[in-house]
Design a protein around this ligand. Structure first.
Ligand SMILES: *Cc1c(COP(=O)(O)O)cnc(C)c1O
Length: 399
């Protein structure tokens, strides 16, 4: 008996499954695992946000069905943030929609815009949801390779005309997961030009927009003149304010797209719990020093890890944003081989690059979501125990 649709049958087995099985077995046998695989911040949600949430939970009115599109305070706070931070004007009534986490909106946008058989242009490597939600909508994806020599930007000029013709949506994501790549506004101008020429809506995923270091400021695609004609941008509270479990995000930009997505959503979910929306609005409206503090912590962790990697012969340019390091695997390994080797020899979990798409092969991702002590421990274990093929220097480091 096969109790699943053909559509579900297309969803490939989860690449993390094998690693997770191994992790469970190793924990069982008493091995101390350091998980640098998960992209979930370890730092707590700032206390002023938690206090606001608790206050709103005391109000019985907040236990009714929430507004389908998001409460007024939430949408206004997002519009104010765009005006203040990017100089972008948004109408909170028509150009801002609350989401149950940006993942929910990303997944629902695809059936909103594509019919079965249509193409979605997807960066490779990227967040797996773009790809899986396309398959769930009976769509097809075309991978735009992100190569280091192109600053991990897609080359629009190599997309075949017959694919362009059948494409109804393009995803972009900067600062990028898993690459940690960042762009300036010039790249978004190029992307919007391309999208307008071929009438392909852009969905820009800006989950890491505020996780940036030093003087780098991540631009919004909506800063590009005329981009609202063709673009929407997803935002999340998960990474900026360590609110992953609260499930709250937003989409802003093109009115028609937002209207269509809200019709789909109003027939699927009924919005996020109002106290969570109000706590998120409060997060945006409050002092932002918590964001800066978190970013300083990530920056410090990043420097420590980059130094650790360099000591075993892996060189990575310091990222401007995100809490990821996207590193090449040492010579002689595939991504899966290297990650498996490190896990077996050190108990440190890394993510193989090919989990994010075929162009991720040859890389691995480190998520800096553990405290410094654990990070140093992970680095030391790798230094001590990982014998790199074709690498005499590292072999002598091994104990
Ligand atoms: C974490 C993440 C998201 C999802 O964020 P939520 O708002 O928690 O759903 C979306 N896109 C990327 C690239 C992410 O890394």
């Amino acid at each position: 008996m096969n109790y699943q649709s053909n559509r579900m049958g297309q969803i490939p087995p989860y690449l993390f499954a094998e690693i997770n099985k191994k992790k469970a077995a190793m924990i069982e046998s008493g091995i101390d695992i350091i998980d640098l695989g998960i992209g979930d911040p370890d730092l707590p949600t700032p206390s002023h946000i938690v206090e606001k949430l608790m206050e709103e939970v005391q109000n019985p009115n907040n236990f009714k069905y929430p507004s389908f599109v998001g409460c007024v305070e939430f949408r206004q706070a997002v519009a104010d943030f765009y005006a203040r931070h990017y100089g972008v004007d948004l109408d909170p009534e028509t150009e801002v929609l609350a989401l149950i986490g940006s993942k929910e909106g990303i997944a629902h946008l695809i059936p909103t815009l594509i019919d079965p058989g249509d193409y979605v242009l997807i960066p490779d490597p990227s967040y797996p949801v773009y790809r899986m939600a396309t398959l769930l909508a009976n769509g097809q994806y075309y991978h735009m390779p992100l190569l280091k020599e192109n600053n991990f930007e897609p080359d629009f000029s190599i997309i075949p005309p017959e694919i362009i013709e059948r494409s109804k949506l393009m995803f972009l994501n900067y600062p990028g997961n898993p690459t940690a790549a960042t762009v300036d506004i010039e790249f978004f101008k190029k992307a919007v030009d391309f999208a307008r020429r071929y009438n392909i809506p852009i969905a820009h995923d800006s989950a890491y927009n505020m996780v940036t270091f030093s003087t780098y400021k991540a631009p919004s695609i909506l800063e590009v003149e005329g981009s609202k004609d063709i673009s929407v941008e997803f935002g999340s509270f998960s990474k900026t304010y360590n609110m992953t479990g609260l499930r709250i995000g937003y989409v802003v930009g093109n009115k028609q797209i937002i209207k269509a997505l809200s019709v789909l959503k109003s027939n699927t979910d009924t919005g996020q719990f109002t106290p969570i929306q109000k706590a998120a609005a409060f997060a945006l409206n409050s002092d932002q020093s918590c964001v800066e503090n978190h970013n300083n912590i990530y920056k410090e962790r990043m420097a420590a890890m980059l130094e650790g990697l360099e000591s075993i012969g892996i060189k990575v340019d310091p990222p401007n944003a995100s809490f990821f390091i996207w590193a090449p695997v040492p010579e002689g390994y595939t991504s899966t081989e290297f990650v498996t080797n490190v896990l077996e020899q050190t108990g440190v979990i890394l993510t193989p690059g090919n989990a994010f798409g075929p162009s991720g092969e040859g890389y691995f991702r480190i998520s800096l979501s553990v405290p410094n002590g654990r990070l140093y421990e992970a680095i030391n274990r790798i230094k001590r125990n990982v014998q790199l093929k074709n690498n005499k220097k590292s072999a002598t480091l091994s104990s």
